[in-house]
Structure formats: C-alpha cells, structure tokens
Design a binder for this molecule. Structure first.
Ligand SMILES: NC(=O)c1ccc[n+]([C@@H]2O[C@H](COP(=O)([O-])OP(=O)(O)OC[C@H]3O[C@@H](n4cnc5c(N)ncnc54)[C@H](O)[C@@H]3O)[C@@H](O)[C@H]2O)c1
Length: 349
C-alpha cells in the first residue's frame, strides 16, 4: 500500500513526542507530530530519522518501529533517497535542510514553521522548490483543520456576506507563533495577494537600526489584501483566538479553534438598525490536521497537482512579520508587500 518513502530531519518534539504533551488539549486533534502522522497515512512509509543527538533518534526509532537512524541528515537523504522529507529542526536550520533535500531528489517537503529566518532564505527556498516542482507544505496546521476548512467554505459561499476583515487576537514571536496565525488569516481570506502593511514592533528593547535580531520579535499592525480584505494583527492576551467578519455575519474562533461563535446580521426596529445575533456554526468532523496535511502532499504527488499551501503562501507569513518590522523602522509608514528589503534576519527556534 505504501508507495512513498519518508524521512524526518530532527528527532525532537514535533518529529515524534509532542503528542504526549497534548493528550488532554482539545485544541489539538491527534496525531500531531510528523512520525505519528506518517504512521496514520497508509500511502507513506517512514524509513529514518536524523539528529546529531543519537539517543533521541534511537528512542523515536523504537517508538515508531522505524528501521534506520542517522546523525547527519545529509547522509540520510543521500542513502534513503526519500520521496518526502520532513524538516523538524529549529527554524535556523530549515533553509539549509530544505535546500539540501530539494537538491538531492526530494519530491515533497513538509517543513516545520517558521519557514525560515529571513526573506532572503525564503527566496532561495522558493527557487529550489519551485524550479523542481517539489510539493511543499509547512506546519501552520490550522490551514488543514476541519473547523477552519468549514469556515473558509462558508466565506467562499458568501455565507458571511462580503468578507471585510480577518483578525488575530494574539501574536507572540512573529516567526514562531504568528506564522501560524498569519497563515490562518490568509487562508480564511481566500489566499489573495498581499498589498501593504503598517505595524509596530512591541518588544521594548527592539533596535530598529539593526538588520539582524537575536530574538523572535513581536508586533501589531494591519495589512491589506488584494481582494480588499483587511488583516488586523492584535496582541490582546486572547491566545490563539481569531475572527472573520463579513457584511452579513461574523465568526469568532475561540480557544484555539475548539469553539466557533457564529453571529448573523439581522434587522431590528423595522430595518432601521441591525444587530448580530448568535446562530449555530455548521457541524464538522474533528480530525488531525497533521494527517490531512500529509494526505494533501500525497494527493499532490499522486496527481501532479498543487498542495493547499505551497511555498509562496508560506513565504507570505514571513512577509507579514518582516513587513511589520520594516514599517516600524520607517516610523509606522505604510509599506508595500512583498517587501523590497530581503536581508533582515530574525532568530526563531
Ligand atoms: N506545527 C506546530 O504546531 C509545531 C509545534 C512545535 C514545534 N514546531 C516547530 O518544529 C520545529 C522543531 O521544534 P521542536 O519543538 O520539535 O524542537 P526540539 O528541540 O524538540 O527538536 C528539534 C530537534 O532538531 C535537532 N536538530 C538541530 N539541528 C539539527 C540538524 N542540523 N540536523 C538534524 N537535527 C537537528 C535537535 O537536536 C532537536 O532534537 C521548530 O521549527 C518549531 O517551530 C511546530
């Protein structure tokens, strides 16, 4: 049944152990980590892990019954000749591992978020992946979550009227955490082009004169998309909560996607005024976003078609992060996207 060979670079939490942390977390539908995700997709066989920490490699091999382990991911990719390469290292290693996988025969890559630490890295990764027709997704998993998919379907069908705004109520590190949130906002908005952004970096010790920052900066702001939808990046303390607001209805996404609060605009006072009244969000079946992401890669390999995300949509999450920084550097100016300046680098783990 399995006809695609996979390997995993990095043998840490997202590679194989994070499920243990989320057993009682309703916001995550297991399996969550890459190894458990591959085990649930019959078309894929996981052949090896690579990590300089060999104890972690051995432990995951045992746990998932994976035949081989390596210290060096380059050797693993050269020997195993995998169809699919997962990159589960810290973000500082994503670019080099994706480039190596792309240059050594990978046909599909599942790279963890954050995609990278600079737009220059993003450009190199895009060229390497697109020039070879490699199927590509990153671990911004809300894009594959069934509830989010149901909401995007409602928006596409005009069920909320014309979409006006997508909102995130939390940011955290703009690469590490908000890459998830920015990707969800873009997905719900229908993946239009980015037009412009205005923003403020909220870290007290931010040095706007630098071009390289050793911490994953946080920020707030707003961006406009080519379909007229506005994205509002707020930092309010409501962690992993979001909203999509249309002319005829709105949906509040609460508790990291566990609850969807739909309200519909209805006339009152004989149509003189309007209120938004609670309504039932349509039922959907819970399911693992990781498994659905991997299945998306498999269908793209099977059909030669595209994945739901692809590398350019992943790059957009970094455009927003670095766009907020560049706007702040220019005193809050409105900055055109994609950003002209590509060399800013920011650490992300
Ligand atoms: N999608 C999600 O929801 C989600 C959740 C957690 C983490 N992540 C992402 O997953 C990635 C890994 O995070 P984690 O929490 O699993 O970290 P971790 O520290 O548990 O694991 C990372 C592993 O990568 C290994 N590594 C580092 N350099 C390497 C190299 N050159 N070659 C091979 N292995 C190398 C480390 O030794 C470590 O074992 C990060 O990019 C993080 O943002 C995503």
């Amino acid at each position: 049944m399995a006809h695609y060979k996979a390997v995993i670079v990095g043998a840490g939490r997202m590679a194989g152990t994070i499920d243990d942390e989320c057993v009682d977390y309703p916001g995550v539908a297991l399996p969550y980590c890459h190894a458990a995700g591959y085990a649930a997709v019959p078309e894929v066989e996981l052949l090896a892990f690579a990590d300089p920490l060999t104890d972690k490699v051995r432990s995951l091999q045992e746990r998932y019954g994976v035949p081989r382990g390596y210290e060096d991911y380059r050797e693993m990719i050269e020997r195993e000749k995998p169809d699919i390469v997962s990159v589960c290292t810290p973000a500082t290693v994503h670019c080099e591992a994706v480039l190596f996988a792309a240059e050594h025969g990978a046909r599909a890559i599942y790279c963890e978020k954050a995609l990278c630490c600079s737009l220059a890295e993003a450009d190199r990764m895009t060229e390497a992946v697109e020039s070879r027709g490699i199927k590509f997704n990153t671990g911004t998993l809300r894009r594959w979550a069934p509830g989010m998919e149901a909401l995007r379907g409602m928006i596409e069908q005009g069920d909320l009227g014309g979409l006006q705004a997508v909102i995130t109520y939390s940011v955290g590190g703009m690469l590490h955490s908000a890459s998830h949130f920015f990707d969800l906002m873009l997905y719900l908005a229908g993946d239009p082009e980015l037009e412009w952004i205005q923003g403020t970096v909220t870290d007290g010790d931010f040095d706007p004169a630098a071009a390289r920052w050793d911490n994953d900066l946080s920020g707030i702001g707003q961006f406009r998309l080519s379909n007229g939808v506005m994205g509002h990046v707020l930092s309010t303390g409501l962690w992993a909560e979001f909203a999509a607001i249309g002319s005829e209805g709105s949906v509040a996404i609460m508790n990291n996607g566990v609850e969807f609060g739909l309200r519909r605009r209805e006339p009152i006072c004989g149509g003189k005024y309007y209120e938004f009244h609670p309504a039932e969000f349509p039922p959907y079946e819970r399911g693992s976003a990781t498994v659905r992401l991997i299945s998306d890669l498999v269908q793209a390999l099977d059909t030669g078609g595209e994945t739901r995300q692809g590398i350019r949509r992943a790059v957009n999450t970094a455009e927003i992060a670095f766009g907020i920084i560049e706007s702040h550097r220019q005193g809050g100016a409105r900055v055109a996207l994609p950003l002209a300046r590509r060399d800013f680098w920011m650490h992300s783990h």
